[in-house]
Design a protein around this ligand. Structure first.
Ligand SMILES: O=C(O)C1=N[C@H](C(=O)O)C[C@H](O)C1
Length: 305
């Protein structure tokens, strides 16, 4: 028996409901494998992804040149442009660089840009506000997803700072990757329905939906896209029993994919699934045998026999 849980704030998902933060495939010689990236993008869009983030954390943006990011975006856009929302990673801890990259994303025809909170230099909240204001005003037609992941950046964008940025019409979305559903609730208290909040943590997608998230920027959707899509759709239709069952079926995989630094496990999971996406670039290393074994077991458990 499905009880309708109401509609707002789940009505507005500017980048779709399931947005895969796509890995960047590398050839054996270390170059970006643009052809495989195009094929993988097509597969993801055909298996549950409404949108793709290119050159996010999972796409190994820290070790990609801006030219490689440009070329990757263009190759994926040619393959799936018009079938999925394409969000380009354009963040940097240097405001001038983030402005330039975001303007590039707009020029490439991206549907949005993922702008990570500046990392390492730890700006105070007024610095963070100035940073995002400069980026947003530099590309006023490009919808932006602010990306808060303090476990990686060492800095957290306070909900009150985010609320102050909402006078910028292109600040439309937020990716919550602080590891807590409290972040979603705190944002909604000050932003209300004016911000589309996405789960940035596959294992927390259902609880985050329950407190107001509209969708997920997912890693697990590389190898379980239909299941992630079914989870979100079941929730939106008010079928909480089905959403919970799907959540519990996916949980072992979600945990395995973050048993060590993302994207190491997801690249191994793709290799185990027949996608030769290659090793991550140093300083990340390929998954060890224990991680591969755990992934192999969780993938087998997901697949219908
Ligand atoms: O690539 C991303 O963007 C994501 N980064 C987070 C991380 O790697 O910690 C996880 C998120 O779901 C996707």
């Amino acid at each position: 028996m499905s009880g309708v849980v109401g509609r707002p704030p789940w009505d507005h998902a500017p980048f779709g409901r399931v947005v895969t933060a796509m890995v960047t495939p590398f050839q054996a010689d270390g170059r970006v494998d643009l052809a495989l990236a195009a094929r993988l993008a097509d597969h993801l869009v055909s298996h549950g992804s409404d949108g793709l983030v290119l050159c996010g954390t999972t796409g190994e943006s820290p070790t990609l040149s801006w030219q490689e990011q440009h070329d990757l975006f263009a190759a994926v856009q040619e393959a799936v442009g018009g079938r999925a929302r394409l969000v380009a990673g354009s963040g940097s801890n240097c405001t001038a660089e983030a402005v330039e990259a975001t303007q590039q994303a707009a020029a490439l025809g991206a549907d949005g840009a993922l702008v990570v909170v500046p990392y390492y230099n730890k700006p105070p909240q007024d610095g963070l506000e100035a940073h995002f204001r400069a980026v947003a005003q530099a590309a006023p037609e490009l919808p932006l997803m602010l990306y808060n992941i303090p476990g990686r950046t060492g800095t957290s964008l306070a909900p009150e700072t985010t609320a102050r940025l909402l006078d910028l019409p292109n600040v439309v979305a937020f990716k919550a990757a602080s590891g807590s559903t409290d972040e979603v609730s705190a944002l909604r208290l000050v932003c209300g329905d004016r911000l589309a909040i996405y789960s940035g943590d596959d294992a927390l997608t259902l609880p985050m939906l329950a407190v107001g998230a509209v969708g997920v920027v997912s890693v697990a959707s590389h190898v379980a896209g239909p299941q992630i899509s079914r989870l979100v759709q079941a929730f939106l239709e008010g079928d909480l029993a089905a959403a919970l069952a799907q959540h519990e079926q996916l949980l072992p995989l979600c945990r395995a994919l973050f048993c060590t630094t993302n994207p190491v496990p997801v690249k191994a999971a793709l290799e185990l699934s027949g996608w030769p996406v290659g090793a991550p670039r140093l300083p990340l290393l390929s998954a060890n045998d224990d991680v591969k074994r755990r992934l192999s077991e969780t993938l087998a458990a997901l697949r219908p026999t």
